[in-house]
Design a protein around this ligand. Structure first.
Ligand code: SF4
Length: 270
């Protein structure tokens, strides 16, 4: 049986990830000596991390304690403010590949807290991007919530500022913003959800109407592995994979794929 493959028009790396990889490769090309490390994986994709290590000698380190000198590349989803300061203190050559959209969230958290807002970060508390955002607060008046439940105990506030992890869903963000309006005199909503994310989410829903199964390709720790199934799964079953998909798991005659994986008859949705 010939299987028809549909590839979402937005499939592939986003602007921030491509930019971070290009910056890392350029750093390796112009390196005049010394080790080059990334602080944490440069993106949540183990294949890219492995390739950078093999081809450009760029190794990922989990902590600044493991980096004794040379160059440190800051990953696309950013690091904590204190880590940047520590890297400076150690005299490392810092190459900042933080996505500009993530950097914008750092600035907003900093400004809002400095202006006396209680800041609500819509996101996943354990995600490094969110931990980076929170670290830029000028005060401790920050809470990270994944839903309105997390706000029910905070009581009434004078001013609330809302910022989102860039990969959050619009519907969740809107719901939380609406709730904040009921518990604060003033609410400043800063929608920092990246369009690269929302476009991919919309494409996933759209393409899931056409196929028997959706395959999302991404690193196991990537946000897409947690967020995408909740969207694409609305219309057809979804499998998330980081490398290859066992053949027996493919059922049906029409399959959609979120990143390049080609076989059989190929359709593009745009
Ligand atoms: S903010 Fe958007 S463009 Fe930047 S890394 Fe995240 S998803 Fe990619």
């Amino acid at each position: 049986m010939t299987m028809e493959i549909y590839i979402a028009k937005s499939a592939g790396f986003c602007f921030g990830v491509k930019r971070a990889i290009n910056i890392a490769v350029a750093s390796a090309d112009s390196n005049k000596g010394g080790d080059i490390h990334t602080l944490g994986p440069i993106i949540h994709n183990p294949q890219v991390v492995e390739t950078l290590e093999k081809t450009a000698n760029i190794t990922a380190k989990d902590s600044l304690d493991d980096i004794k000198g040379g160059t440190v590349i800051i990953r696309s989803h950013g690091v904590k403010y204190e880590e940047i300061n520590e890297a400076k203190r150690k005299g490392l050559n810092i190459v900042d590949a933080t996505c500009p959209f993530v950097k914008k969230t750092h600035e907003l958290v900093s400004e809002l807290t400095a202006d006396g807002y209680f800041v609500v970060v819509v996101g996943e508390k354990e995600h490094p991007e969110v931990q980076g955002m929170v670290s830029y607060g000028a005060s401790a008046d920050i809470v990270v919530v994944a839903g309105v439940e997390g706000l029910k105990a905070i009581g009434r506030k004078k001013k609330i500022g809302i910022v989102a992890q860039t990969t959050q869903s619009e519907s969740r963000f809107r719901e939380i913003a609406e709730f904040c309006r009921t518990i604060a005199d003033e609410v400043k909503v800063c929608n920092t959800i990246c369009s690269a994310t929302s476009v991919r989410q919309e494409d996933s829903v759209e393409i899931s109407r056409l196929v028997d199964c959706v395959i999302v390709v991404g690193g196991k720790t990537s946000q897409i592995q947690g967020v995408w199934p909740r969207f694409a799964g609305v219309y057809s079953p979804i499998r998330t994979i980081s490398r290859s998909l066992p053949r027996y798991q493919l059922t049906g005659s029409r399959v959609s794929i979120s990143l390049a994986y080609r076989q059989g008859r190929l359709h593009r949705t745009g």
